[in-house]
Design a protein around this ligand. Structure first.
Ligand SMILES: [Zn+2]
Length: 185
């Protein structure tokens, strides 16, 4: 469906380097936006006005669900990476996040946007559908907390897609896990 390139064409030069781990300014933007989304979701929950008391078993289930969520989130990035042939995904733990990346390939713009947005789109639809369908306040809040975690956790992906979108039409993205290098003509 897409082609991932082994080498950068000669006319391409580095246009932008996204380095959330080491670039203080970028890290601050992402962390702060993520926190605002997380707090915003709980303010919204306050407006909706549903409240329940979570038991210890629900707490354990929530922690377990967050692990399942991280697995699904990265899995969707991986599926999207594989829309191109001969892609070998590498996994890294960065202390504050897990990343799936393909360090030795260059992805075109449209493909990379799909890679970046796949978890945000698919899991938002799934969690919002679950919110609408659940019948008890307990499961509503349970899904809502997961949605808050999901939206705030996807801020980094949204930031990367936003940066890629602002580049010219002919760009190639190299995702090496801790960051992305965007090349253009
Ligand atoms: Zn992600």
């Amino acid at each position: 469906m897409f082609k991932a390139y082994d080498e950068l064409p000669k006319s391409f030069v580095l246009r932008r380097h996204i380095d959330i781990e080491n670039n203080k300014k970028e890290r601050r933007i992402v962390m702060l936006s993520s926190l605002i989304v997380f707090i915003g979701m709980f303010v919204l929950l306050g407006f909706i006005g549903v409240s329940v008391v979570f038991g210890i078993e629900h707490m354990f289930l929530m922690i377990f669900s967050i692990f399942v969520y991280i697995f699904l989130h990265e899995g969707l990035h991986v599926i999207a990476f594989h829309l191109a042939k001969d892609v070998r995904v590498k996994y890294k733990w960065h202390g504050f996040a897990v990343s799936a990346s393909v360090p030795n390939k260059y992805f075109d713009k449209r493909h990379y946007i799909i890679i970046g947005l796949a978890p945000l789109v698919v899991l938002s639809v799934a969690l919002i559908t679950a919110l609408v369908l659940v019948s008890s306040p307990l499961w509503f809040i349970y899904c809502f907390v997961l949605l808050a975690f999901h939206l705030s956790g996807s801020v980094g992906d949204a930031y990367v897609v936003w940066v890629v979108l602002r580049q010219g039409e002919h760009v190639l993205v190299n995702d090496y896990g801790a960051g992305m290098k965007i090349y253009g003509i």
